[in-house]
Design a protein around this ligand. Structure first.
Ligand code: SAH
Length: 392
């Protein structure tokens, strides 16, 4: 255990139980942190918190307890049990794909557990939680009893460290894609090769709403990745759904998803293209769509990216708006934590002015209830989704 001493006047965020401790707040580091454990003390040496130590990260410690308790195997089990109880209450029927542990939102900073059918993916997001791999894996097995468990270690990557080869801990269990269900629809998670842990579980509630609105509509699904929005739309009776993505591997998975759910996979419904260019072409051709879904990757990863990201969101939303038929819908999303809900709405408003189209916000929908956000750590709320209806 290492002792991290705060500079005078830097206790406030710890006193408020914010789980992130930035290296700039530290005056001293004493002891050995190789077991991943840190104790945070104020400038007088009084213990304030305990958590995981990530020496290579700007967030040098993620705080797990504020009452002197060690973050050990029994604490992991306790927190995982609480997380499981929440999922039992909120995960919809016929759904075996869900987030079982959501890092800070489940008081387990630096730990994600995503469940896909018979496989659980434990993602260790920080150098510190990577050190606790064995106890965390045991606790996940004990509490969730998944038939298979795969560990992804992405902490060192994020911290700029150098162990990319250790991304997946047990390559002997090399699993290509894992089947699971969501509201009765069939999907596959591309666990080793995919983005996130293999699927965008956080968009489930938006898929449900799309399914409910899609009957008889045409759907243009931008940044489609696994094409899950399109499958939900077709299940809801959409006349046609077109996926646009720059990745052939993603479009391949989209085709598989359609077939697995009994829908045809016509070549013309899968467009490999840069979305910005594709949209310009469609606007020039005066296309018109019943529902456009725009869920791009995070354009802003750090604060300095915000102005450029804002321009990107504005461009893409302006073009997307021009394609929505009167009385149609745009679901527009941003998963950039750096772009606040308020800023995102302003960007979208300014896009509508440039597009010369009037839209109303009918619903705001971020991640589902299996992605809780701790009030202590509002940064956990990254996904913003606006359901906009165009005037008739
Ligand atoms: N909407 C998806 C998640 C999007 S992930 C879902 O619901 O699952 C981002 C996707 O955007 C990736 O599949 C990536 O290949 C694609 N992408 C990123 N930049 C792109 C661009 N400029 N043009 C087209 N696709 C892009």
């Amino acid at each position: 255990m290492i002792r991290l001493g705060l500079k005078p006047g830097r206790e406030a965020s710890v006193a408020r139980h914010h789980p992130w401790l930035f290296s700039g707040a530290l005056a001293s580091r004493d002891g050995d942190g190789s077991d991943g454990h840190a104790e945070i003390v104020d400038f007088r040496g009084r213990a304030l918190a305990r958590g995981s130590y990530s020496p290579d990260s700007q967030i040098v410690a993620r705080l797990w307890t504020f009452d002197g308790r060690l973050a050990d195997a029994s604490l992991f089990q306790e927190r995982f049990r609480a997380a499981r109880r929440l999922r039992q209450a909120v995960v919809p029927p016929d759904t075996t794909g869900f987030r079982a542990i959501n890092s800070e939102g489940d008081l387990c900073p630096g730990v994600l557990l995503d469940n896909y059918g018979d496989t659980a993916v434990l993602e260790l997001l920080t150098g510190g939680t990577e050190r606790w791999e064995s106890d965390l894996t045991d606790a996940a097995r004990e509490v969730f009893s998944p038939p298979k468990i795969i560990v992804r270690r992405t902490g060192a990557d994020r911290d700029g460290g150098s162990r990319p080869e250790s991304r997946i801990q047990n390559p002997e269990s090399k699993i290509e894609v894992v089947p699971f269900t969501e509201n009765g629809l069939r999907f596959f998670a591309d666990i080793p090769g995919g983005q996130k842990t293999g699927f965008f579980l956080d968009q489930r509630d938006n898929r449900i709403r799309l399914q409910a609105l899609a009957a008889g509509r045409t759907v243009l699904n931008l940044f489609s990745y696994t094409g899950a929005f399109s499958v939900a739309a077709l299940a809801g009776g959409a006349g046609r759904a077109v996926d646009v993505d720059s990745s052939e591997a993603a479009l391949d998975l989209s085709r598989q998803h359609r077939r697995a759910n009994g829908f045809p996979a016509e070549a013309c419904d899968f467009v490999r293209a840069d979305v910005f260019e594709d949209l310009r072409r469609r606007v020039e051709a005066r296309e018109s769509w019943g529902i456009v879904v725009c869920d791009p990757p995070a354009f802003a990863r750090k604060r300095g990216d915000v102005p450029r990201a804002a321009r990107g969101y504005k461009d893409i939303n302006r073009l997307a708006m021009e394609l929505v038929e009167p009385g149609g819908w745009l679901l527009t999303c941003s998963c950039s934590g750096q772009i606040s809900p308020d800023l995102f709405q302003k960007i979208v408003f300014s896009a509508s002015l440039d597009a010369g189209r009037s839209f109303s916000i009918v619903a705001r929908q971020g991640a589902g209830a299996d992605h809780p956000v701790s009030l202590d750590c509002p940064e956990g709320e990254y996904l913003k989704g606006l359901w906009l209806s165009r005037e008739t």
